[in-house]
Design a protein around this ligand. Sequence first.
Ligand code: MN
Length: 502
Amino acid sequence: MLSAIKNIQLKNLTLKDLIKKIHEYQPKANTDLLELAYDFAKQAHDGQKRASGSSYITHPLHTAYNLALLRLDMPTIIAGVLHDVPEDTDKTIEDIEKNFGAEIAQIVLGVTKLGTLKYRGLERYAENLRKMFIAMTKDIRVIFVKFADRLHNLETIEYLPKDKQKRIALESLEIYAPIADRLGMNEIKHILEDAAFRILAPDEYEWVMSSRKEPEKILIKNLDKIKKKILTELHSHDIKTILVVGRQKMTYSLYKKLLKKDRDINQIYDITALRIITPSVADCYKAMGVIHSIWRPMPGRIKDYIALPKPNGYQSIHTTVITDTGQIVEIQIRTQQMHEQAEFGIAAHWHYKEEGSVKIPDEQLKWINEIIDIQKQTANNEEYLKEIKLDIFSDRIYVFTPKGDVIELPEEATPIDFAYHVHSYLGNHCGGVKINEKQSSLDTQLKSGDVIEIIVDKNKKQPSSDWLRFAKTRSARDHIKTALKKNSHGLFNIDFSGLRKK
Ligand code: MN
């Protein structure tokens, strides 16, 4: 179950392999329609070849197989088999609907409409992004098929010319990986990132690979002992444990961390971590207690994402301990369900779905609605790209209200962004801020983990126009502009913002 997708490179994959995979998680699945779809696609693509030289049908088959690894439902898998038919063959979307029904046809249509997000000038690029988000918001399964398609294309990328490789890699890194991240689909995100990183910056990739070798060798040597000790201790305290396994940090995320730590590998403690999977939440905390009683935890490195989940749904306890042999090791503790959520993200909701009903969690729904909002409010494509980049593709930070609620903001956000995110009243009446109980200036860039307390000034008439200089989020800027407009009267206080829009 762990790492469902990583390292799977099946040569000569067949329809039988696919069906077998599906039956592993849906033992009673009827595969008649899937078999028909396979024949249909095979015939439609007849005579076409992939750049690798193999017959074209291998590609939709691998795409469908990737979807089965994500344990998705039958309509999604069948759509995966058919996803290139309307674009590349003389069979149409109507043919697909007639043969396989409206649900499958809709998913295929969504994928077809996306086409490639080729960077052919800004206008075209923005248009394609818009199309993608529309398709995605109509049926999120469209993006699953797109991910599965992209994974296979990256696996076979060596056969393409160099410039095409770079284009696909860049698009994977800049568009698909961040979307996977926001949907909590960690494994997909990491695979996309690593494949892209290797193509876009081969020297840096090699550097990371060679830097990690030495510390990894030492740790792996000790890992078995550490694992055994943990298992014995947990067992003697009557804590049930499903699994204790090592997990390696993926290359690109290690690279990003290295850049933040002066490229010094010795400052990174989670190159390899240990994961403990327990049956219940109570067992997670008990396990942490036991581990802290045998090894000293490193101060400041205990993170409880079970009590305070990350906004994309991630839950786990992280702690870093120093073992009796002096080995520093990060330990992650979670339940089986949290583990599935961490690896599959939004797709995990299809694993337990009742017929036809999948409930998308609120946080992700909120994000999807944000996208729709941006789509509606920005007609100008240049502005649209800027907003999308900031609100969706920028790295996020997580800060706290004094009461302990988590607020998610884009990187480089300021107290003003925080204030408006909580409530427009708080923004408009912001008189100052305390960050971690220290008086700070309003243009301070916030960091993850900061506790922010906005000092309210009830007598404040309007926000300061100066705030527009450093407010990062669209919603803060919009609120400031609106409030300023309302209050702009008097001879010399002319407001041009309405004019500029026209
Ligand atoms: Mn394809």
